[in-house]
Each structure stands twice: as structure tokens, then as C-alpha cells.
Design a binder for this molecule. Structure first.
Ligand code: ATP
Length: 235
């Protein structure tokens, strides 16, 4: 579904992604793990058209999307949930969810998806008239994911959904990510929480200072001494 081939991305003189290649097959959960500053967010921003690769190609369903405008990429069903759950604080929960569907015209489908979001996140239904800025961090993350669901993603790019959340909430969010995947959405999950990410992913890549240094089945990486030492607190 997604094939990234040898991309290089720069911020001015800073070489943030170095010859990065990775693949996501339809139906998978693939995770990209790495420390702070390794280049995870840069990769997602490049995939969603916010940054342009200097070299290399990004194929999505065999079409080159590298360097295409973000709007074109969104229209193709690649939806990015950015780091730091950027919800519109002064709008209600429901208005935030409606915004996720702004490119859609199928009113019936939208209504169905809104009900589905409320099934996945009952708390959002309870708070649907509340301003998003008054929600807790976990609820805002749920809203950010709910808004993405409203845009009917085929490939969902999730940037650190666990950031700053209590373990119980993280658990809940990760269960929801799994159910979204089971319903047919392919997922690329960027995480610093390697333990949680590897526990739900099919395959994983490890990125260090802009380079992919390891890849494989998530289960295998969970057992790898290198990964255990560097990312799983030596468990
Ligand atoms: P984090 O978990 O902190 O988001 P990350 O793995 O997502 O980390 P990136 O945000 O992709 O890392 O950053 C990769 C590198 O690019 C870092 O060295 C960072 O300092 C640099 N960088 C990121 N954004 C910019 C920017 N706007 N201008 C210049 N350098 C940047």
C-alpha cells in the first residue's frame, strides 16, 4: 500500500531523514519506534505532504505522492493525526468531528461514522456539546483520532498517541487503534512507547538519528536484545 524508497529530508542544512525506506502493507499495523529527535515526526510529515523529500520516492497504491500537496494526499485517504493532539480548543467536540468530514458529501455515511466514533469513544458522545479545550489530555487524543475516522482514512498515520497520558488511558487508546485496524484501516504508528507499540503491531522499524537501523516482525523485535536494551528498559 505504502512504499517509501530511499528518502532524504532536510530542514535547511539539517539532514533529518537519511536514505529511509519502509513499507506498509494493506491491513497491517506497522510501528516506527525511536527516541526523541530520531526523525519519526519528520517521516510522518513527509508522508502527509507537509515536508518534501529531497531524494527518493513515496509510492501510495503505486502512485508517487512524495512532494504532492497535503490536500491531494488527504483526498487519497492518507490521514495524519499529529503529535500533541491538535484539536480546535474553542470548538465543541461535535464541531471538531464535523471538521474531520469536511471533504465528504455523503451525509448518510457521515452520520453512520459519527455514531461509530461515539461507539468507540462513549465519553465523546457524553461531551459532544463541550468545548474541546475543556477535555482531558486522553479525551483530546480520542477526539483527534475520532476526527481522523470522520475523514474515512485508508491509511492512518498516528504520531505518538500515548504522549503524556496515564497508563490506563494509553491502554484504552491502543485497544481502539487495534479495533480501527480490525475494521479495515491500515495503520502506521509512530511511538516512543516501544513496549505498547510493539505489543499491537505486526511489523516494526527502529529509527536512530534519521536512519532506519532495524526492522522486522514486531514479536521478533520485542525479543531482540538490542531493542530490549535501548527501548524496553532492559526488560
Ligand atoms: P519527537 O519524539 O521529539 O517528536 P522525532 O523522532 O519525531 O522526535 P523529529 O521531530 O522528526 O524527531 O526531529 C528529527 C530531527 O530534525 C531532530 O534533530 C530535530 O531537532 C530536527 N528538526 C525537527 N523539526 C525541525 C525544524 N522545524 N527545523 C529544524 N530542525 C528540525
Amino acid at each position: 500500500m505504502l512504499k517509501v524508497n530511499n528518502i532524504d529530508v532536510y530542514y535547511g542544512n539539517i539532514h533529518a531523514l537519511k536514505n529511509v525506506s519502509l513499507e506498509v502493507n494493506e491491513g497491517e499495523i506497522v510501528t516506527l519506534i525511536g527516541a526523541n529527535g530520531a526523525g519519526k515526526t519528520t517521516l510522518l510529515k513527509t508522508l502527509s505532504g507537509l515536508l518534501k523529500p529531497k531524494h527518493g520516492t513515496i509510492l501510495y497504491n503505486k502512485q508517487q505522492i512524495g512532494g504532492k500537496p497535503a490536500q491531494t494526499i488527504v483526498k487519497n485517504g492518507v490521514i495524519h493525526v499529529p503529535e500533541g493532539r491538535r484539536v480546535f480548543a474553542n470548538m465543541t467536540v461535535e464541531e471538531n468531528l464535523d471538521l474531520g468530514a469536511y471533504l465528504r458529501k455523503d451525509r448518510d455515511g457521515m452520520k453512520k461514522d459519527l455514531n461509530h466514533v461515539f461507539e468507540l469513544f462513549p465519553i465523546l458522545k457524553e461531551r459532544r456539546k463541550q468545548l474541546a479545550g475543556t477535555l482531558s489530555g486522553g479525551e483530546q487524543q480520542m477526539l483527534a483520532i475520532g476526527r481522523a475516522i470522520m475523514s474515512k482514512p485508508k491509511l492512518l498515520l498516528l504520531d505518538e498517541p500515548s504522549m503524556g497520558l496515564a497508563p490506563l488511558i494509553v491502554q484504552q487508546i491502543f485497544e481502539i487503534i487495534q479495533s480501527i485496524n480490525k475494521e479495515g484501516t491500515t495503520i502506521l504508528l509512530v511511538e516512543q512507547n516501544a513496549h505498547m507499540a510493539l505489543s499491537i503491531a505486526d511489523r516494526a522499524y527502529v529509527i536512530e538519528t534519521g536512519k532506519i537501523v532495524l526492522s522486522g516482525k514486531a514479536k521478533e523485535l520485542q525479543e531482540s536484545e538490542e531493542v530490549k536494551a535501548a527501548y524496553l528498559g532492559g526488560i
